[in-house]
Design a protein around this ligand. Sequence first.
Ligand code: NOJ
Length: 731
Amino acid sequence: MKAIELENLLKEMSLEEKVMQLVQVPGSVYAKDSATTGILQETVPEKVRRLAGSTLGIMDGGKIRDIQDEYMKHHPHHIPLLFMLDVIHGHKTVFPCPLGQGATFDPDLTEQAAAIQAEEAAADGVHVTFSPMADLVRDARWGRVMESTGEDPLLNGRMAAAMVRGYQGPDLKDGRHVASCVKHFAAYGAAEGGRDYNNTELSEHTLRDSYLPAYQEAIQAGARMVMSSFNSWNGIPVTGSEWLMKKILREEMGFEGVTISDWDAIGQLIPHGYAEDLEDAARKAMRAGVDIDMTTGAYAGYLEKLVREGRLPESELDKAVLRILTLKNDLGLFENPCRGLTEHLPVHTPEEKHALARKAAAESLVLLKNEDGVLPLKAKKLAFIGPYAMSRDLHSTWAINPDRAQGVSVWDAAQEMLPEAGVEVRAAQGCDMVEDGTGLSFFVYHDADQREKNQKWMAEALEAAAWADTAVLCLGEHLLQSGESTSRAKLTLPPCQLELLRRVKEVCGKVIVLLFCGRPLEVAQMADHASALVVCWRPGTEGGHGILDVLTGKVPPSGCLPMSFPHTVGQEPLHYDEYATGRPRPSEGNDMFTSRYLDCANSALFPFGFGLSYGKAEISPVELSGSELREGEHLTARAFLTNHGDEKAAHTVQLYIQDLVGSRVRPVRQLRDFRRVLLEPGETREIAFRIEEPMLRFWRADQTYGSEPGRFRVWISLNSRDGDPVEFRLC
Ligand code: NOJ
């Protein structure tokens, strides 16, 4: 349809019909087994069921077709129903969780993975995915860090934009892509105390400099929808904030697409103490600029009344409806309400999808320690021990409907790949994944004879470990310990897993720990006991293969931490790009009366950007093409990276800059660019970055955005802590 036809359609619609376009009902209204991510409201009236503009959580293509066919029969203007779903890191084929994808520092790979997710979801009748989550995260206690690509605004922005490009493709109508909904606007990741759904107190300059850029990148990449977040920001719930949803999002960021509340977020304006009742909540959310009400019934119940009583302008409503009709039209729904389900489109073959998932899993692994070159594997007798050794649950709670039969465990891959290389392998469970006290008692049931079972598992594990030259301990968080509503006040593994590590170490000299997790954990004890430590995140369908590829050296490890790993939870929130203080802790000497902890280092145990390779990499001091930068010109910063080892080495070379003096206090360093490099043994490569004035801009003390002349420091390094800087001056 042409734009003018959409406008004519809008004119023909009754007020009730228009209101219903702004109403989203849970999928359970149409299909009982749909995914729900919040408390369900009581039953929805038949009128709403027949006219609601969108629904969410239905995963089955056959059901979507039946629902759409039935819906179209009754809709007065034959406007199709829009189907949305959380396709976060995989629909059928599951890729590493977003935090793992952040660790790849490889936006191209993420874009390709998103295209496959879109293709699979579209073929199941899905039109919109609630992804990317572009929230910046700095607090590992927050379970949703797993859904973010980490603590850095630049990395987050590149990853979010890559996801949007991958999901939406060049043409939304082609039936192989889905519209992307960026979330959770804004600053949802800054929940106080790392407690999910909690409020956010954040200065405007931190919001603008650190939290908003990734949403902005996603919008610039063309994201068609934005989701408003649950949290309040500086006292105003975002879903009722005109300043955020209109001034920042629409006016400043230029967003023209559809906005939607998070699940029940409009209703939550009441417990927030920001709205009197549902009617008041509907009025406030609509005025703030939230186009679609996800599941509360506030819009369905009150918008018509509010317009008729003159308390909301109908023109506001019309604009929102037109945006939704435009999205439906751009998705090709008016031509084919069952788009994706009816076309037989060229698709990636299963082999291609699995190959990419395997590559992504391998690239997401971060090698934190490798003593005496225990990796790549040299052992001839290997025991794979621990609750994750044989587990195929390597996806996450946000892979809602994965093709479970395709999942590859570490043990599956070990059996497939190692015996042919002359390696003997054994496996043992060792212990349970969780113990009591994890807060998971709703979901995780222990047998009455658990104690006995654990003793038996431990005995088998110790026997296998004593037999082996090297034990590969597969430890980690339970699947349900990260994701939505999984905040933790402790960042440790359960005692049973740590005891397993200690006891295996007593009988087997060489221990490699593979750590499966959705967040940074306290890993000091693991790093002390193990010869090698590899963070595997939640690696997805092909996790086992990707891991064995790296362990055997078939693929060089290349992942870098997208979030700082703390010494202890007491350091959280922890991020490398902190503001400079007036009393910085000196690197040596007396540090009394400086900004520090009495009982812990300030910095991370393993900092942002850190990750080892098998080769011995060395980076030369950074050189600058000049000492002054003028507007419109650029400087080149270069360094040489050499692989002194005997194995291929893959590294992400990182460019950091610090603004030394500003009208506001500036971060001690900020990532400004990065590049992945693969080096042959003995190879040296020159890495050059351009430095331009726009990279130096920030929200200044006079409330404008721009750079300020003065001195800057530059590092080229392999993580956010190392390296010696050089200086230049912005004139
Ligand atoms: C709640 C979550 O916060 C959000 O991320 C998700 O997209 C919606 N529910 C819909 O499932």
